[in-house]
Design a protein around this ligand. Structure first.
Ligand SMILES: [Ca+2]
Ligand SMILES: [Ca+2]
Length: 281
């Protein structure tokens, strides 16, 4: 390898290393729930204030599954959460003035400051595509009436719905019993001109150019979220819930990509060592 090519190769390895370090530093969710609680325990009562959350879980029982939901290429941690028929269990976010969401707070103290955008990512699975279930966003408590943004199944539509309004309930794809990765991008516009875009099973490398969007969603500010399951006998599981300021913040680090990067760095080091030996000819 010529000195010039060697320099290019070293520079490329250096950039790769910088990229790995940068991505590890940048991918920092504002709140992350891996469900690192005892398997078999009740979800209600788990957790405490801190790490982006205002308090622990409360509402109906819910339960902790053994193991995380499995999704191709995703690094997971802890266990996962389940709600069964007629359960709704929620958790408030830390909306204190000095908390991680401080840059997103509106005049009412909810996450929804005009001109800001927030991302939410999670894994979702239903054992039976029927009835109602959803990942729900609330403010002013987790009562049914305060469910103004939801992603799941309502009124026989698998999709995203706003303001408890069946006229604004839009499909996000074909429903099945597999694990799906969902990202919701909520953009807070002036007044109640808030919008939401939902990506179902998007690539983890970059935000897709388009998704399922409800442009006139009304006031979508929130301060808590919940898992709901009603109207049918089924299990609904959620896991790896992330709230973040960017798309990258709510996408789990692909375990395979980190391993690949470390492998490439090792290869680069080995090639550099080999190139530093005296030439045989
Ligand atoms: Ca987990
Ligand atoms: Ca607004």
């Amino acid at each position: 390898m010529s000195a010039g090519r060697r320099f290019v190769f070293s520079a490329a390895a250096g950039l790769l290393f910088a990229g790995v370090v940068a991505s590890a530093a940048v991918a920092a969710p504002l709140a992350y729930e891996s469900f690192n609680y005892t398997a078999g325990a009740t979800l209600n009562g788990q957790g405490a204030a801190g790490n982006g959350f205002g308090a622990g879980w409360s509402g109906s029982n819910g339960s902790i599954n053994a193991g995380s939901l499995s999704y191709p290429g995703f690094a997971t941690a802890g266990n996962s959460a389940r709600v069964v028929m007629s359960e709704r269990t929620g958790r408030p976010l830390d909306t204190s003035a000095g908390g991680p969401f401080s840059a997103f707070l509106d005049a009412s103290g909810n996450i929804g400051k005009d001109g800001t955008t927030i991302y939410v990512g999670f894994l979702q699975q239903t054992s039976d595509p029927s009835g109602f279930y959803a990942f729900e966003f609330h403010r002013d408590g987790t009562a049914d009436a305060n469910r103004f943004l939801q992603i799941g199944r309502e009124n026989n539509i698998y999709g995203v719905r706003v303001q408890n309004d069946n006229a604004r309930n839009v499909s996000i794809g074909t429903e099945d019993t597999g694990v799906h990765f969902i990202v919701a991008k909520i953009t807070f516009g002036a007044g109640d001109a808030d919008s939401v875009t939902v990506y179902r099973d998007p690539p983890t490398t970059a935000e897709p150019a388009s998704g399922t969007t409800i442009a006139n969603g009304g006031n979508l500010s929130f301060d808590q979220f919940s898992f709901g399951n009603f109207s049918s006998v089924k299990n609904v599981d959620h896991d790896e819930v992330r709230f973040g300021a960017t798309y990258a913040d709510v996408v789990p680090e692909p375990a395979s990509a980190a391993v690949l990067a470390i492998g490439l760095l090792g290869l680069a080091a080995r090639r550099r060592r080999r190139q530093s030996r005296p030439a045989l000819v």
